[in-house]
Design a protein around this ligand. Structure first.
Ligand SMILES: O=C(COP(=O)(O)O)[C@H](O)[C@H](O)COP(=O)(O)O
Length: 332
């Protein structure tokens, strides 16, 4: 993690660490934690002047922003909270920032509930859903469907290398949903039994493409081939405003040891891991992209709290919500 920025309170550093190490993960949860961290920064700031208070808040936002690059909910949350920082005194700035963060967190929760109600309408009694990774937005749709008395079954992809599918399986079992866990490579074989592929999103681009956990795009292509509709559950906080002006979404590359441990690497290259020469270039590369891009044509519906959209029309909603401004969160 980068050196602490002056004025940033330790609790913000701790949240940033938790996001970077994925103790806190998933786009909505990251956004919520980031807003809460800015409220804590405001609450505990030792700034004695309004200028210092603003500077420290922006530094806190930068610290949080630099943790993970792909989920746009993070900069969207930071920008929203910083825009509400208003007042001529430290006390006023503190109060307005905290209030704004609370509003954000409340709206985020409500948006997920509303999205769940909309998404649940697509699910029929007896449907089988295939999930990838762990998405609270996707689970919200299943939650509402269950509450309204529909029986839902789930085929849960394990989701290598971090196995977030286990979190999904645990939640679904808590709700009493029959769950079949499969390795990612088995997904195509099971699509014959599936009524919907249901995933979340870290970012949605202006052309309707969906950036989500790596493996989503392959799943969507296979689902299309099998005639299974792909539903993306994503609050509008996942809409990526920069993509309206031609920017692409950065795909996070994570540590190769999530894929191959040092011991496994040593076994592959035929050297002991204590062997000093193992540190040299051994010709073995491991790539670990955390996300991928699913083109709009493989997505049937994007379900947001503002309604359900065909992916190609999502840009209309994006313009309405974000205008054309795409500044860094701390330049607001
Ligand atoms: O790809 C992931 C999580 O990736 P990671 O585990 O690497 O953070 C989730 O599908 C989205 O973030 C949506 O989640 P939610 O619907 O909860 O926002």
């Amino acid at each position: 993690m980068a050196d602490a920025e002056p004025g940033v309170v330790p609790a913000v550093e701790a949240t940033a660490d938790d996001i970077a190490t994925m103790e806190i993960r998933g786009a909505a949860t990251i956004a919520d934690a980031a807003a809460a961290a800015l409220a804590t920064q405001a609450d505990r700031s030792g700034a004695e002047s309004p200028a210092a208070f603003r500077r420290h808040l922006r530094a806190a936002a930068r610290t949080l922003y630099e943790t993970r690059p792909t989920a746009v909910s993070l900069p969207n949350a930071l920008r929203y909270v910083l825009r509400g920082m208003d007042g001529e005194t430290v006390a006023d700035l503190r109060a307005s920032t905290i209030a704004r963060a609370e509003t954000f967190r409340r709206d985020l929760e409500r948006a997920q509930e509303t999205l769940g109600e909309i998404g649940a309408n697509r699910l029929r009694d007896g449907d089988v859903v295939m999930t990838h990774c762990h998405s609270t937005d996707a689970l919200a749709c299943i939650d509402v469907a269950l509450e309204s008395g529909k029986a839902i079954e789930a085929i849960v992809k394990e989701t290598r290398p971090r196995k977030q599918g286990h979190i999904t399986a645990r939640q679904l079992r808590e709700w009493g949903v029959p769950v079949t866990v499969i390795v990612d490579n088995a997904a195509r074989r099971y699509l014959d039994r599936v009524d919907h592929v249901l995933v979340g999103a870290d970012s949605i681009a202006a052309d309707g493409s969906v950036i989500n956990k790596v493996g989503t795009s392959g799943l969507a292509v296979n689902a299309r081939e099998r005639g299974v509709p792909v539903m993306v559950a994503a609050q509008t906080i996942k809409l990526h405003p920069d993509t309206m002006t031609g920017h692409t979404v950065e795909i996070e590359l994570r540590d190769e040891r999530e894929v191959l441990s040092d011991e496994e690497r040593a076994t592959i290259i035929g050297k002991g891991d204590e062997d000093e020469s193992a540190a040299e270039d051994d010709g073995l590369t491991v790539d670990n992209p955390a996300f991928d891009v699913t083109p709009a044509r493989y997505v049937d519906a994007i379900v947001t709290e503002r309604g359900q959209f065909p992916p190609e029309s999502i840009v209309t909603l994006m313009r309405e919500l974000f205008g054309e401004t795409t500044d860094e969160p701390w330049t607001v």
